[in-house]
Design a protein around this ligand. Structure first.
Ligand code: ATP
Ligand code: MG
Length: 649
């Protein structure tokens, strides 16, 4: 990206200072940036003190063989002990770990003492099934408490888990089981979604029929629906777990012992098996959850709406919050079941203080209308978070006003499956937030934006986002593929981690994410960012959501093609809408960014974690066969869009 990106910058002038009271009592104050910068490893060592170590490390970071990092070398700890037992031992066993809400209206309250008992029993059950330290266990579950219990039981035994999102097909599940050679699968008969039981076990049966090395499938009974049963492989969770002893002595593992393998969401291609290890990961997850969400474990009620099958669920539903002794809400189902205000009802009922969700959800609520959240009491909220994509400034403003009551700071958190923890984000008690900007690297993290030659760009320019120093929760490699690990992340800019995202620094040096590097468009020699054009479209009052791609064009090299979803209040938009939107983009950014084509659609292709899959839209716009759709949330979306496009021409 060149300086020409500059001419396309949106002129965002709004700033939101942290609320005074929050700033006065914030966990991290402004001095943390300097403290971390002057002694980075010392700062991380201080953060490692947040955990209970069975043996203290002797070296904070071993970076002798980059890019293979070792953190807290020589240290030993148990992740499950740190997330559960130590809170009980400190007399906090009665604190609620999860207010769990089932989609049909059932609920469970799980204290830290309850969690300890369940995790110990599950760990004993896995031992009985022959699971040993180092064995991989696949988890394919709905959003129920047993999913957390299963993960912690694996961690307790040093058996790395791989959680596969419950909406994935048998194919995707089989591929992941095979890729990491899991021998045991934990699943359930099904879970509730959109008001009905949704089966999981049939997909496991199909996957396991292709994975002869799987010895056992442990099945939680959630929906009670009929399922096929293979006596040689299948065991009910309640048969094998409930009768176990409720104590289990956790073994301390090496800091670098593998904790889990998580596959990326597959927005840009075939998912990658990201390996996270124990000590550094837990330090990073716990520190960032405490710092970025200003967590006050005594008083906060925290809710992250992600699915556990996504890294956000790992770091910010399970490991970070539990390591910090947090009280969380966990919800099984969809946001519109049985009505479109379900989430807001849950916030009101549990007096949620801290809420973390994705821009895709926010834009959906914008589409549904302001009157839905308005019916609920959201006054308990004090802090909002966003993750997964850039939050368009208008979505930020809507979130701030309609959910946050203009009083809650918003933390726009940039990170990846690979980073394991939040890397770039405002600090809620320090940063004056700018709608649409993830702001700066948090204390302890070093990020920069580089040009093609690897030089940092000056303020006001765009380029490639990189991380310039190793960090504790960084991925250690791609499972079984060190070479791909080096090639993907460390070869573009030697010595620095290449994130694959475009970004710009504004005049203050704050970072704005511009979308995937692969998605950057080149129109008549001008480099245009998907995020900026999408944000311009979303700033039009009739638009709820937009996706932009560059399609090959004979005259301009590439041309901008946009797909938009209108707000319900806009009706069908009328005949004039396309013209109106094209002019709006020209006005907001410049004539060069004016889309050649704008299609009004009902849905956009998204991954299960809610990210727009632009590569599929590019296939459509360039009239190719669409690529790999296995991680798409709804595969029918693509054929609907294709039909619409052909009738449009
Ligand atoms: P794959 O790497 O397989 O294509 P993926 O990158 O979609 O999958 P994730 O690791 O879940 O899988 O997503 C990380 C990406 O999400 C980031 O690289 C970035 O593009 C995007 N992202 C996450 N948070 C933000 C944010 N706050 N602002 C902008 N982009 C974000
Ligand atoms: Mg990625």
């Amino acid at each position: 990206m060149t300086d020409q990106t500059l001419s396309n910058l949106l002129h965002e002038e709004r700033r939101f200072e942290p609320p005074e009271d929050l700033a006065a009592h914030a966990n991290l104050k402004a001095d943390a940036y300097e403290r971390a910068a002057s002694d980075r490893l010392g700062f991380w060592e201080e953060q490692a003190g947040r955990l209970d170590w069975a043996e203290r490390w002797d070296t904070v970071l071993d970076w002798d063989n980059p890019p293979f990092a070792k953190w807290f070398v020589g240290g030993k700890l148990n992740a499950s002990y740190n997330c559960v037992d130590r809170h009980v031992e400190a007399g906090r066993g009665d604190r609620v770990a999860f207010h769990w809400v089932g989609e049909p209206g059932d609920s469970r309250t799980i204290t830290y003492a309850d969690l300890q008992e369940e995790v110990c029993k599950a760990a004993n059950a896995l031992v009985e099934l022959g699971v040993e330290s180092g064995d991989r266990v696949a988890i394919y579950m709905p959003m129920i408490p047993e999913t957390v219990v299963a993960m912690l039981a694996c961690a307790r035994l040093g058996a790395p888990h791989t959680v596969v999102f419950g909406g994935f097909s048998a194919d995707a599940l089989a591929g992941r089981i095979q890729d990491c050679d899991a021998r045991v699968v934990i699943t359930s008969d099904g879970g509730y979604r959109r008001g009905a039981p949704s089966a999981l076990k049939p997909a496991v049966d199909e996957a396991v029929s292709r994975c002869p090395d799987v010895r056992n499938v442990v099945v939680v009974r959630r929906t009670g629906q009929d399922i096929a049963w293979n006596d040689e492989v299948d065991v009910w969770w309640h048969d094998v777990v409930d009768r176990q002893s409720s104590t289990h002595e956790p073994e301390a593992f090496d800091s670098e012992h593998p904790l889990y393998v998580m596959y990326t969401s597959g927005t840009t291609g075939k998912p990658k098996g990201i390996l996270h290890t124990t000590g550094g990961y837990l330090v990073g997850a716990s520190y960032t959850h405490w710092a970025v969400f200003d967590l006050k474990p005594e008083t906060d009620v925290y809710w992250c709406t992600a699915d556990i099958g996504w890294v956000t669920g790992h770091s910010y539903i399970v490991y970070g919050p539990l390591a910090n002794g947090t009280t969380s809400v966990m919800y099984e189902g969809t946001p519109d079941t049985p009505h479109k205000g379900r989430w807001w009802e849950i916030i009101a009922e549990h007096e949620v203080t801290t809420f973390y969700t994705a821009p895709t959800a926010i834009r959906t609520f914008m589409k549904w209308g302001n009157e839905i959240p308005e019916k609920h009491d959201l006054s308990s909220l004090r802090l909002l978070g966003s993750v997964g994509e850039s939050i368009n400034p208008e979505a930020y403003m809507w979130y701030r006003e309609h959910i946050g009551g203009n009083r809650c700071p918003i933390v726009d958190t940039w990170w990846q499956t690979e980073t394991g923890m939040i890397m770039v984000s405002p600090l809620p008690g320090v940063t004056a937030g700018k709608p649409g900007s993830a702001m700066t690297a948090i204390p302890g993290v070093s990020a920069d934006v580089l040009d093609d030659t690897g030089e940092p760009v000056p303020n006001g320019s765009g380029g490639y986002l990189v991380l310039t120093e190793p960090w504790p929760a960084m991925l250690r490699t791609l499972w079984g593929d060190d070479q791909r690990f080096k090639d993907t992340y460390w070869s573009r800019f030697p010595g620095r981690y290449f994130a694959g995202d475009g970004a710009k620094k504004d005049e203050d040096g704050d970072i704005w994410l511009l979308g995937r590097v692969d998605d950057v468009m080149n129109v008549s020699g001008h480099r245009l960012s998907t995020t900026e054009i999408e944000s311009a479209l979303v700033s039009h009052p009739k638009v709820a959501e937009a996706a932009v791609v560059g399609a090959a064009d004979e005259t301009t090299g590439q041309a901008v093609c946009a797909f938009v979803i209108l707000r319900e209040s806009a009706g069908d938009g009328g005949d004039e809408i396309v013209k109106e939107l094209r002019n709006h983009v020209a006005h907001e950014i410049g004539a060069i960014a004016k889309p050649r084509q704008i299609m009004v659609v009902q849905e956009l292709p998204k991954t299960r974690s809610g990210k727009i899959m632009r590569r599929l839209l590019r296939d459509v716009a360039e009239k190719r066969e669409v690529g790999d759709v296995t991680t798409l949330a709804d595969s029918t979306v693509m054929s609907l869009i294709q039909q619409g496009l052909s009738s449009d021409k």
